[in-house]
Structures are given as C-alpha cells and as structure tokens.
Design a protein around this ligand. Structure first.
Ligand code: NDP
Length: 332
C-alpha cells in the first residue's frame, strides 16, 4: 500500500512511518502547513513528495490511503477531503471536535466505499488482547467493576498545543480519555451510558484541564473508575477488572509500547497471565492493510472512534456542569 501523511507530526515520525514500512507499505507523500517544515520532514524521513496543499497530497500518483495526524481540529476537513478523493483513511484520535462531525466523517467514508479506521493503539497490545480473552472466557466470572490508571507525565516535547490550546483539541480528556474509553469498550463489549467527572488544571495546563477523574456506568451495571493526567511522573499505568470469580490486575499496559504485567488474582492466589509482545502500531497497520484487502476489519473502525469521542465529550461536559451526564453517541 502507498500512504500519504497528512500532518508532519511527532507520532507519524516516531511510530507510524516505521509501522507502515515494516508492513511492507510505502510512504510516498507528506502534507504539512508550512513548506519548510514539510520539506524538512520529507527529507529526514525519506519521503519523495512534500506539499503544503492537501489537494496535491491527494493527487499523489498511486496513493491508496492517508494517515491523518494533524492537530485534532483539522481531522474533520482532512478526512472529508480524503474520502471524497476515494482514499482509505487511518485517522488519529480524537476523530474530531464534535460527535456530529465524527459521524459525518465516518458516513462519508462508508458512502465513498473506503476503509476508515481510528488509530486506537491499545487494542493491538498483546496484554489487552489477553485481558479481553480472559473476560470473554468468564475467567473472572461476572464483571463488577473496572479501574483505569492512566496518569502520566507529558514529555517536554509534547508540551505544546496539548496543554494550552483548546481550539486544537488540547487537554487530557481529548488526549487520553478517548483511549481509555476505547479500551474499556473493547474489553467489556458495551458502551458507557452515564458519567460523572471532575478535572483539575494549572500544573501544566493553561486554559485546558491537565487531570481528570471520572466514574462511568455501563448498561450491564459494571462501574468504571478512571484517572487520566499529564502531571504524574511516578504513578505508572494500569487497568483492573474485578469479577465475581477473580480479578485481573494489569500494570504498565496503558502505554505505546508492548510489555507490562498481567496477573489473575483469586483470593490469596496470584497467577501471571502470559501474553504476546508485538509492536502495537505495527499490528494496527497490518489490520488496516488486511481490511483494505477485504480481509476483516480494522482494529478500531470509525464507529469505535465516534464512541470513544462521545465518552470523552461526556466526561468534559460532566466536569464542566458538575452533573451526571448521559453519553450522546450522535445520530448514527
Ligand atoms: P504534533 O504536535 O507532533 O503534530 C501535530 C501538528 O502540529 C503537525 O501536523 C504539524 O502541523 C504541527 N507541528 C508539529 N510540530 C511542529 C513544529 N515544530 N512547528 C510547527 N508546527 C508543528 O502532534 P502529535 O504527534 O503529538 O499528535 C498528532 C495527532 O496524533 C493528534 O491527533 C494526537 O491526538 C494523535 N496521537 C495519537 C497517538 C496514538 O498513540 N494513537 C499518540 C500521539 C498522538 P503541520 O503538519 O500542518 O505543519
């Protein structure tokens, strides 16, 4: 497959270009807002064509698909243009700034007959696939509750629009809650119904929240508790599922890298759960390529991206109003 990059971003350079190439795909063009930046990015990453115009990128000869990793407010118009040009779309999370726009993007791709996927990487982790298998096999019985620990320290290099630009989709909710929403939907196979939340800001965030804690109810009655932050240097990440027959305790698994530790606990007995180690982005791109070839579906599709955004926006609304908020999944 031949890819064009929309956005000369950190994630494209740090993770995705390698994932495309390791899958045997090619990256043939890049679009960035600034010419110097586009050209420097292309030269550094060995990409033949650099442009500032999305139209020129979409006209790249033999282009099959685009990977959108611009700032969040740009995803909508860029994805719409790509679908209209008949290109498959792998879009970064959050898909857009509103659920209505996300629904429009996903419908446009469906109408154009192109594959549309959301780059929720955590579903591709061996750790998370192992957790999901155990839950589905009933190893912990009926799930009662889940807890997510996703409070990290935002690296200096990423302390730009994420911490001071609400117009670009900054803030920890659109950055990390979307991933946690996707991961919980993946494990529990249901969509959060209602949320309550409180945010804090001021350590790193200016005009956007840099920490949030929330509680969600699932239609089955499962209760979820989450903590996302940009300001916690020492907390470590994790996820736990507590059931009637046991608990799954996972540590170091809410990350971009494979690894971490999974334990099954029953009473005083604790057993390690083995899992596969594979690059998360490599696996995600493979699933995308397979879907384009008519084999299966992307790891996280457009509907998954709409749902994760809907949960995040409900958390933001609940924090803003101080009220219990129903998640609005839009008119799908
Ligand atoms: P970056 O800040 O690195 O890049 C985003 C955009 O900002 C670029 O497309 C570029 O715009 C502009 N930009 C970046 N660096 C500079 C610079 N030095 N000077 C001027 N402009 C610059 O974003 P991230 O890579 O951190 O995130 C991009 C997207 O990917 C977001 O939607 C984010 O949510 C998502 N993401 C997803 C992850 C995942 O694991 N799924 C992980 C990290 C991010 P332009 O190209 O137009 O010039």
């Amino acid at each position: 497959m031949k890819w064009g990059l929309i956005g000369a971003s950190n994630i494209a350079e740090g993770r995705m270009i390698q994932a495309f190439r390791d899958n045997g795909h090619e990256v043939i063009s890049v679009q960035s807002g600034g010419r110097t930046r586009a050209e420097a990015f292309a030269a550094k990453n060995d990409i033949p064509l650099a442009t500032t115009e999305i139209g020129a990128l979409l006209d790249t000869p033999d282009l099959d698909a685009v990977y959108i990793s611009s700032t969040n407010e740009k995803h909508f118009s860029q994805a719409m243009a790509a679908s209209a040009a008949g290109k498959h779309v792998l879009c970064e999370k959050p898909l857009s700034m509103t659920v209505a726009d996300a629904v429009t993007m996903v419908r446009a791709a469906e109408d154009a007959g192109v594959i549309f996927a959301t780059n929720h990487h955590l579903r591709n982790a061996g750790s998370h696939r192992a957790i999901r298998d155990k839950i589905r096999l009933g190893v912990i019985g009926e799930v009662l509750s889940a807890r997510v620990f996703h409070a990290v320290f935002l690296p200096q290099a990423l302390q730009g629009w994420r911490i001071d630009n609400p117009g670009a989709g900054g803030g920890v909710i659109l950055d990390i809650v979307v991933h946690d929403a996707d991961t919980l939907r993946f494990h529990l196979d249901e969509d959060p119904a209602e949320v309550v939340a409180m945010t804090s800001t001021g350590r790193l965030g200016a005009g956007v929240e840099d920490s949030v804690m929330s509680v969600w109810t699932m239609p089955s009655g499962v209760q979820v508790q989450t903590h996302e932050s940009f300001t916690h240097a020492h907390a470590g990440t994790g996820i736990e599922f507590h059931g009637t027959e046991g608990s799954i305790i996972a540590r170091g698994v809410m990350t971009q890298n494979p690894g971490g530790e999974l334990l099954l606990r029953r009473g005083n007995e604790t057993t390690p759960i083995p899992f596969e180690q594979e690059d998360l982005y490599l696996r995600g791109v493979r699933a995308f390529g397979d879907a384009v070839a008519g084999k299966g579906r992307p790891a996280a599709d457009g509907r998954d991206g709409i749902a994760s955004l809907a949960v995040a926006l409900a958390v933001a609304e609940a924090a803003r109003t101080g009220r219990r908020t129903a998640v609005d999944y839009g008119d799908q």
